[in-house]
Design a protein around this ligand. Structure first.
Ligand code: IMP
Ligand code: MG
Length: 173
């Protein structure tokens, strides 16, 4: 599988951008009661690096939703596999995602969390594929906009594999 991956974003490029994002977010949320909500599983390396780049008092929480039946195409169905175990009511919530593709996952997650009446709800994603959007969803912080490639590594998977690659690469089927 690894021999079908060509590098797109190096470890150094990712590290530098994550530091910038963390600094920006820390500035924007200074003095606020912030809960950073990670969407499992793909977000785990980005999330760990991002929150450590935020010089801020905050809490973390996780949700897991499934939008892909497996393989490289979205099914359009989004299931909640694991819900957040803390209240965001009256608090500032920042949802962190690995990649926004069709937007269906975040659209659903956004509606679900908005119903819980947070003081604010923003979205941060490492990668964004704007050309693939099927539904409009506001994304407040973007690490890297990318072309329409299927990418793996730094948390992103193909059928559960390749998440542990330390960089982001394009998968060539
Ligand atoms: P969306 O609902 O179509 O926006 O898809 C979001 C989810 O699809 C992400 O959280 C990823 O799990 C997955 N996904 C979308 N594009 C890619 C990709 O290029 N590589 C790996 N996973 C992807
Ligand atoms: Mg995935």
């Amino acid at each position: 599988m690894r021999d079908r991956v060509t590098p797109l974003l190096s470890e150094a490029q990712i590290r530098a951008r994550v530091q910038e994002l963390g600094a920006q977010i820390a500035k924007d949320y200074a003095g606020k009661d912030l809960v950073v909500v990670g969407l499992l599983n793909g977000v785990f390396p980005f999330f760990a690096d991002l929150v450590r780049a935020m010089d801020l008092e905050l809490e973390v929480g996780f949700m897991q939703v499934a939008s892909y039946g497996g393989g490289m195409e979205s099914t359009g169905e989004v299931h909640i596999l694991k819900d957040l175990d803390k209240s965001i009511q009256g608090r500032h919530a920042l949802v962190v995602e690995d990649i926004v593709d069709t937007g269906l996952t975040l659209f659903k997650v956004r509606n679900l969390l908005t119903d819980r009446e947070p003081a604010s709800l923003k979205i941060c994603t490492l990668l964004d594929k704007p050309s693939r959007r099927k539904i409009e969803v506001p994304v407040d912080y973007v690490g890297f906009p990318i072309e329409d490639h299927f990418v793996v590594g730094y948390g992103l998977d193909l059928d559960g594999k390749l998440r542990n690659l330390p960089y982001v690469g394009i998968y060539h089927p």
